[in-house]
Design a protein around this ligand. Structure first.
Ligand code: FMN
Length: 440
């Protein structure tokens, strides 16, 4: 069979465009209403997406007056969505910096049981600076320490998921034996950051471990992804950087002896789809006209660890010196490099930069017909830039629905996307092996 595309739906606000929440065609439901997420998951499942994904930040935002910074805690929300969907994978974000591995291992094992094997974990180290103040720290944990902690966290979490063998439970009423104690083992972990005895207090989930997803793009982040990730989210504003990222990461994976098809690279794609190119451009312009540059300015500041951009005029070309050196930023380093690179190469004004970032915060944006979107997807997929996409509709639900109704059928006709779900679990959708677990 021809190599197949994978699609994940990234649910964010009423769409990924900064101004989507104000648009008359956006969903009328509140962002705290579970029915909003259920509706989107149902539409994505009808489109045979591999998965949906909920992002998470561990602090309230200071621009809530003019931007809807409201969402549900991901693992809780996905527990509810597991009950109203049956096939689509459910990927929740959780932080290795501000969670204990024992808590997290239980939560994901539980979600995996509740969803019958559809759980995925987006492993984040939490780039946002204000989170530290909510977890007892005066200062943000440095980029290097966050990844060092994450590495040890993975060792513990994997150990806990494997601390029950697949055949540990006997549940034999006749003999009175419920479980085999020799098949449930402590992990006795003692490291720099964690001391965890184990075993977990529940059996191994249907997938063995949840599907592991990651989105680090810095050098350290990529090495972490190469070791652990089975799917990788990544942001690019042009095909060339996506190709370079793809080549680099697959190379790191090969160096570790992991098969290349056991890690799927999914760049973000935020497409406005119209029946003609002109209509799509008009729809994109309508969204841009609703965007508030002051919201963008605050968001930029948070990307650069709270750096003050308030003195910069909106309509004068920016210089790289207007930004702090990305290597000194403790937040999401790769995105800051992308932004400074854009300023250097394109000589944008602040207003132009904010308008570019308003579309999808530094992910690839596009406006065109369904045919053009399908061509772009096929081009990236066949030319070493992607194994599939993190679909980020600018406006929800209408621009998700257009993708499902008009782009997916074209890709199916080209033999690039499934016409029905073939497996039951998220691992099966992504063609991932089930981790072996405890040996006899
Ligand atoms: C599509 C996508 C989704 C992300 N979601 C989250 C998230 O929900 N929470 C979070 O703290 N970071 C999130 N990140 C940030 C990454 O986890 C990571 O910190 C960032 O890409 C920078 O990586 P680096 O520090 O290795 O450069 C996301 C990144 C991408 C590309």
């Amino acid at each position: 069979m021809k190599r197949q595309l994978h699609f994940n739906l990234f649910i964010n606000s009423r769409g990924h465009h900064e101004a989507s929440w104000r648009h008359p065609d956006a969903s009328p439901l509140a962002l705290s209403d579970i029915r909003y997420y259920q509706d989107l998951a149902t539409r994505a499942e009808a489109g045979l997406f591999d998965s949906i994904f909920l992002a998470d930040q561990l602090a309230a935002r200071d621009d809530v007056e003019r931007a809807p910074r409201v969402w549900l805690e991901p693992i809780t929300a996905l527990g509810a969505l597991a009950m109203t969907t049956s096939r689509i994978g459910l990927i929740a974000t959780a932080s290795t910096t501000y969670t204990e591995p024992y808590n997290l291992a239980r939560q994901f094992a539980s979600l995996d049981f509740i969803s019958s094997g559809r759980a995925g974990w987006n492993i984040v180290t939490s780039w946002s600076a204000p989170a530290a103040a909510n977890y007892g720290d005066d200062a943000q944990v440095s980029h290097a320490e966050r990844y060092a902690r994450a590495e040890e966290f993975m060792q513990v979490a994997k150990g806990l998921w494997d601390s029950w063998a697949d055949d540990a439970i006997v549940d034999d009423r006749e003999s009175g034996i419920y479980a085999r104690p020799d098949r449930i083992r402590p992990i006795n972990h003692k490291g720099d950051f964690y001391k965890v005895a184990g075993p977990l207090n529940m059996p191994r989930g249907p997938q063995g471990r949840p599907v592991l997803v990651q989105a680090g793009s810095s050098d350290t982040g990529r090495r972490f992804a190469a070791r652990h990730a089975e799917a990788v989210f990544t942001a690019h504003m042009e095909k060339a950087t996506a190709q370079a990222f793809y080549k680099d990461l697959k190379g790191l994976v090969a160096e570790l002896g992991r098969p290349a098809d056991q890690i799927h690279i999914l760049p973000g794609l935020s497409a406005v789809i119209g029946s003609t190119e002109a209509e799509a451009q008009r729809m994109a312009q309508d969204l841009n006209d609703l965007a508030d540059p002051e919201v963008g300015r605050k968001r930029l500041s948070s990307r650069f660890g709270g750096h003050d951009f308030s003195h910069l005029p909106l309509d004068t070309p920016l210089k790289p010196e207007d930004f702090p050196d990305p290597s000194t930023v403790q937040a999401a380093r790769s995105r800051t490099e992308l932004i400074v690179g854009l300023v250097r190469n394109e000589g944008l004004t602040l207003r132009q930069l904010l308008s570019k970032l308003a579309g999808a915060r530094g992910h690839f944006t596009f406006a065109g017909t369904p045919e053009q979107v399908a061509d772009l997807i096929e081009d990236w997929f066949t030319n070493g830039a992607a194994d599939g996409f993190n679909i980020m509709p600018p406006l929800l639900p209408p621009m998700l629905q257009t993708f499902v109704d008009e782009v997916i059928p074209i890709l199916q006709k080209r033999g690039l996307f499934r016409t029905e779900y073939e497996g039951e679990t998220l691992r099966e959708h992504y063609g991932l092996k089930r981790p072996e677990g405890m040996r006899p």
